[in-house]
Ligand binder design. Structure first.
Ligand code: IMP
Length: 183
């Protein structure tokens, strides 16, 4: 089976390709822009995105809307994660968190999959914390400042380990469960 990963982010594609290995799913990168509606709900963004891409004749694809939700900042940057990453970046987020005692945070990943005429939407969550400083050269986005174990950042651990615990890895396993009859 072949699934297009519709995103502008090659880091996400690498994670999907590795996660789908072993399930007989070939994940191919497709750069096809779609409107990411402004919503406080990742699921709504994904459902609208699926509808738009399907109406253009696309099928057998995945879209992924993710975000970092920081407890102390009442869930910020959350659905604004892409904008915040592009503007103030990890250094800006670390500044907002300077001196904060509560450093709890979670990544959420909502996957929308259009496969065999069916829509599947699943959300994976990974709890962790915001480190005091950025660490590591791997991964992408907020990976250098987020840790799932309180010691190493997502940018310091191998891709397979990130997939084993991450919001995206959790969501992929939920998706595979939903797709069992097609595999
Ligand atoms: P989007 O899903 O592409 O809109 O992602 C929103 C923001 O969160 C972007 O700046 C991404 O780089 C970042 N992001 C999404 N997933 C991850 C991840 O797994 N690790 C680190 N940053 C992520």
């Amino acid at each position: 089976m072949r699934l297009s990963i519709v995103t502008s982010n090659p880091g996400k594609v690498a994670e999907y390709q590795r996660s789908f290995e072993g399930y007989g799913i070939e994940a191919v990168h497709l750069r096809e822009p779609y409107d990411e509606v402004q919503s406080s709900d990742l699921g709504e963004v994904v459902r609208k995105g699926i509808g738009e891409l399907r109406s253009r004749g696309l099928s057998d694809f995945i879209i992924d809307d993710s975000g970092l939700f920081i407890d102390r900042l009442k869930g910020f940057p959350g659905v604004w994660s892409a904008y915040v990453q592009k503007t103030i970046g990890n250094d800006g987020v670390l500044k907002l968190m300077q001196g904060a005692g509560d450093r709890g945070a979670e990544f959420r990943c909502c996957i929308g999959c259009c496969i065999g005429g069916r829509d599947i939407v699943v959300t994976g969550v990974c709890r962790g914390s915001i480190l005091e400083g950025g660490r590591g050269a791997g991964g992408f986005g907020y990976d250098p400042i987020f840790s799932h174990d309180g010691r190493r950042s997502f940018a310091e651990i191998p891709l397979d380990e990130k997939n084993g615990v991450s919001h995206r890895g959790v969501a992929v396993r939920m998706l595979i469960e939903e797709m069992r009859d097609l595999l």
